[in-house]
Write a protein that binds this ligand. Structure first.
Ligand SMILES: Cc1ncc(COP(=O)(O)O)c(C=O)c1O
Length: 459
């Protein structure tokens, strides 16, 4: 047998082993989550899929949670989990951090909604401005709104209709970005010039015609689609965090900055996921490339529904001048502002952020030890306080590489973990988040269970 033949057959035998582990663990999961099953059956009668957002649905049923505190969650069956999902990465400050709780409780005494400004609007905008080096901000209620409004500003500035996004990128659930989120490869066309594929029914042909899709980490592809001079913006996560973690290759973001500037196209960084989990100044600060506009949500809200978008004054002036209208009853409501103020000033300080990222490095190192000593076809990726194990020998550069990773092994690891109190997001697109409230022991528990899984896989 050649070396290639023997490595193919050893991957096959790992896959067979993974499928056997998965079958056993699914039965175990069903046994220990009977309360979640019952709650989901009830919910399915009144909510499609039994969940409030389709991302929360998975087979055979999601765990239904009763309570959460610090870095832990307890489900309705009484199972306790260390939470590494942390609200899809929103809970960098942990579940109900005492400082967030104090701030929210104090605000409850003074009202939850004014629909006229409160002083903390400017305070929070100043804090974001300091972190991101961008002067003007507006608040939204979600990441979806933050990317939708940033795109509208870009269209207002340029007077152009088209936008560019990368294949496999998720930017929320509004029509123009619900395109090629996770397209089936048999519909997606060539890797270097992907065909835009709607990710949901309800996206009109007109909208589809205005969204151009390119591969991540490919500056030439970006330049090709900008040459006509009809593109308002390139919206991109500086580090892709919806296909595990996919890092920009050296020089990619600098090239993106230069090319967009040359063609008069605005660069929008979608930092809804990276945000302040990447470092005190977000991915923007950590990677040293400043976009024209940035969209935030998740980690700035401390668990409350808050988004924001900000940018250079000349672009945000579209709103000042009344050319672009930005609205929302709950925008900048005092309750979310109180939480954000606590997160940005008291909880996620530069020191606490750096310490948490270091704790995450300890976890990543421990996982690397397991991979190196076992030789399994996997690698780890870290960005700030987030990390993941990707089941492929080499780092991925884009969505097509991600699709070639081993989902059988990834699923087996996920279901094995959940039955042992290691809660990772459903779907294999996500990553873990070590929050300010995870202790080192909490962080390392993931590596211990991962080691058990690898041991079983190779047994
Ligand atoms: C990169 C990115 N942008 C935007 C969004 C949308 O945010 P929200 O779910 O708050 O609407 C998400 C959500 O996961 C995201 O991952």
């Amino acid at each position: 047998m050649s070396t290639t033949d023997s490595s193919v057959s050893s991957v096959r035998s790992l896959e067979d082993r993974a499928k056997a582990i998965t079958a056993r663990e699914i039965a175990r999961y069903a046994e220990r989550t009977k309360g979640s099953q019952k709650a989901t059956e009830r919910a399915r009668l009144v909510l499609p899929l039994g969940v409030p957002s389709s991302f929360q649905a998975y087979d055979p049923h999601p765990i239904v949670v009763r309570s959460a505190k610090d870095a832990y969650m307890v489900d309705v069956d009484g199972n306790r989990y260390i939470d590494y999902d942390m609200g899809f990465g929103a809970l960098f400050s942990g579940h109900v951090h005492p400082a967030v709780r104090r701030a929210v409780e104090a605000q409850l005494d003074n009202g939850t909604l004014f629909v006229t400004p409160c002083e903390s609007n400017a305070e929070v905008a100043e804090m974001l401005g300091e972190r991101y080096g961008l002067p003007m901000w507006r608040f939204t209620n979600s990441g979806t709104e933050a990317t939708m409004d940033a795109i509208r500003v870009a269209r207002g500035v340029t007077g152009r209709d088209k936008i560019v996004k990368v294949e496999g990128g998720y930017h929320g659930h509004h029509d123009e970005v619900m395109i090629s989120m996770k397209p089936p490869l048999d519909q997606a066309g060539p890797a270097d010039a992907p065909i835009p594929v709607p990710s949901t029914a309800g996206v009109t042909k007109a909208v589809l015609g205005d969204t151009i899709v390119i591969p991540y980490n490919d500056p030439e592809a970006l330049e090709r689609v900008l040459r006509n001079g009809d593109v308002a913006c390139f919206i991109v996560e500086p580090v892709m965090e919806n296909i595990g973690i996919c890092l920009p290759q050296p020089g990619y973001l600098q090239a993106v900055r230069e090319i967009t500037q040359r063609y008069g196209t605005l660069l929008i960084f979608d930092e809804v996921k990276t945000g302040i989990t990447a470092g005190w100044g977000g991915a923007t600060g950590a990677l040293g490339v400043t976009p024209d506009l940035v969209s935030l949500a998740k980690s700035i809200g401390g668990g409350l529904p808050l988004g924001a978008f900000g940018g250079k004054r000349e672009y945000m002036d579209q709103i000042t001048l009344g050319r672009v209208i930005h609205l929302g009853t709950y925008n900048g409501n005092p309750l979310c502002m109180a939480a954000a103020k606590a997160v940005l000033s008291e909880v996620c300080t530069p020191e606490a952020t750096n310490e948490t990222i270091l704790r995450n490095t300890t976890l990543v190192d421990a996982c690397n030890d397991v991979i190196d000593s076992s030789g399994v076809p996997a690698h780890t990726i870290q960005f700030g306080a987030k990390g993941c194990v990707t089941w492929a020998p080499e780092p991925i550069r884009n969505y097509r590489d991600y699709k070639a990773t081993n989902f059988d092994l990834a699923f087996a690891q996920w279901i094995h973990g959940i039955n042992r109190g290691i809660l990772l997001p459903p779907g294999l697109d996500e990553q873990w988040l070590i929050s300010i409230m995870h202790t080192e022991a909490d962080a390392l528990a993931y590596a211990d269970v991962f080691a058990d899984f690898v041991h079983e896989l190779l047994a």
